[in-house]
Design a protein around this ligand. Sequence first.
Ligand SMILES: Cc1cc2nc3c(=O)[nH]c(=O)nc-3n(C[C@H](O)[C@H](O)[C@H](O)COP(=O)(O)O)c2cc1C
Length: 177
Amino acid sequence: MRILNIYHTTTGNTLKVAEKINQTLLDLGHNLDSFKAGKETKIDILGYDWVFAGSGVYGWLPGIPMQKLFGKLRGEYAEKGLIKPGAPRIEKKAVIYCTYGGVHTGINEAIPAVKYMGQLFDHLGFEILDEWYFVGEYLSEKMREMSLSGRLGNITGRPNEGDLQEIEQKVRGIMRV
Ligand SMILES: Cc1cc2nc3c(=O)[nH]c(=O)nc-3n(C[C@H](O)[C@H](O)[C@H](O)COP(=O)(O)O)c2cc1C
């Protein structure tokens, strides 16, 4: 089974999650490819049976490099006729994840980011097995106060050891599907 983990991280929170996913998959005996989305990223997600895709949330959406990559892929697959009316299902699975701070409206401001990423896979016919939301503190100096006083309360240090353990358990659980 070919597995891909594609992610974007600006301040390192999603990187921690991505690394935990990767380590757990390796511990389970799987091989995988893992990439941080960037300008030069050339990737064929249809070459994989199982894809994990994640990003930090910025202005309710995934980071710009992830948006650009997904926009480019959507165009390429559409041109090849692989995005079909009705989006017929194919034998592939995806798990979409994010890290978010949720200072204003909690998880509601992270949902559009996860739905955005998921749509590329849904359009191609992947089964989206799950959507994972992990809390990530605001690491920009100017936004420090937001880690203390928002809808989610004090999120300093997140994702923390407990979050990482939860991620490991989620990966172990979903790989039994
Ligand atoms: C400039 C900036 C904008 C952000 N915008 C949002 C937002 O709209 N909604 C949200 O829930 N979190 C927001 N966050 C919090 C990040 O999503 C959170 O810290 C996340 O874990 C960052 O992931 P990364 O370190 O992998 O880039 C923002 C953080 C920064 C620094």
